[in-house]
Design a protein around this ligand. Structure first.
Ligand SMILES: [Zn+2]
Length: 310
């Protein structure tokens, strides 16, 4: 395994040049040595322009090709700083914060970078929760004084799943669902929770047939014993999520981008006890080389359209 920087000084020294960043990226992308993405050949030469040239098919491959850094005109050094900044700020950052920290001339660039990096916060093929898991849904966004209830306009429904770890919250998963129907909820649960797990929910009928889906199901009703908080783990996660969206993003979350914010929150939450910021940075970089590049034009939406978070 490649090491990671422990402190800001470590970071500054290790990644002071683009060549050093590229070499580090190389070690993360090809831990057992270069593999030609075209033909699978392991033999290569380094070209004068810093590319890997395959000995068999003659392809010239840049270490950033096929990663979220592909085609960037900005120095890798700056990307590394953006990622360090992102992982170093415990509460998350806004595009404006990133623009200021890096001295980027354009707010739009900062905004596009944030969205690219958020994609790298989801580990492709990441594993599902298991054991005892609390599940509930919550509405995010919409007009403050809008009508409430299912399908309320401008609001997004999010399934919150929180794994029990003794008397603490273990890992979480957040998943946007189109509605609170049984089909939607069961589909989302199948994506985020391992069959065989014990799932605790309220008595909403949408959760009524989880036993038939390979789960053990426990319905928790509000009672004197549990008070007003029958599902304390998911309620806590939901409260933290809403506070985080309000505090870090001033509630400025467009529904079409909500998935990325949910991923960022999940990434931070599941690593909240990790003392090493450097390890977080390393994980982010590991994902970044696995994610296919996204052209900026495919990150849709106008960034100054805001919605309120309830
Ligand atoms: Zn090749």
């Amino acid at each position: 395994m490649v090491g990671y920087p422990g402190t800001i000084l470590d970071f500054e020294e290790t990644f002071s040049t683009d060549e050093a960043c590229a070499a580090y990226l190389f070690g993360i992308r090809w831990p057992d040595g270069f593999v030609c993405p075209r033909c699978g050949c392991l033999e290569w030469w380094a070209t004068r322009r810093g590319l890997c040239r395959c000995k068999r098919c003659d392809a010239q491959i840049s270490v950033t090709a096929g990663t979220i850094f592909e085609g960037t005109r900005k120095p890798l050094r700056l990307w590394f700083r953006a990622m360090w900044y992102l992982t170093d700020q415990k509460q998350g950052v806004s595009a404006l914060g990133l623009q200021r920290a890096l001295g980027l001339g354009s707010y739009h660039t900062a905004w596009v970078w944030m969205h690219k990096l958020r994609r790298a916060m989801v580990r492709p093929g990441r594993d599902r929760l298991f054991g005892v898991v609390e599940v509930d849904e919550t509405f995010i966004g919409g007009k403050r004084h809008g009508k409430c209830g299912r399908g309320a306009e401008g609001k997004s429904l999010v399934l919150v799943a929180a794994q029990e770890d003794g008397d603490r919250i273990g890992r979480i998963r957040l998943c946007r669902v189109p509605n609170a129907s049984r089909d939607s909820l069961e589909h989302a649960i199948g994506q985020v929770i391992e069959p065989g797990s014990r799932i605790r929910t309220d008595d909403w009928s949408g959760y009524g047939r989880l036993e038939g889906r390979g789960y053990k199901h426990e319905v928790i009703r509000a009672s004197e014993a549990v008070g007003e908080n029958p599902l304390p783990l998911v309620n806590r996660v939901t409260a933290l999520l809403k506070r985080w969206l309000l505090g870090t993003h001033q509630g400025a979350v467009r529904p079409s981008h909500l998935d990325y914010y949910l991923d960022e929150f999940t990434f931070r939450f599941n690593r909240r006890t990790s003392r090493s910021r450097g390890k977080l940075f390393y994980r982010l970089l590991q994902n970044a080389v696995l994610i296919a590049p996204v052209p900026a034009k495919n990150i849709r939406g106008h960034h100054n359209h805001n919605i309120e978070i309830l």
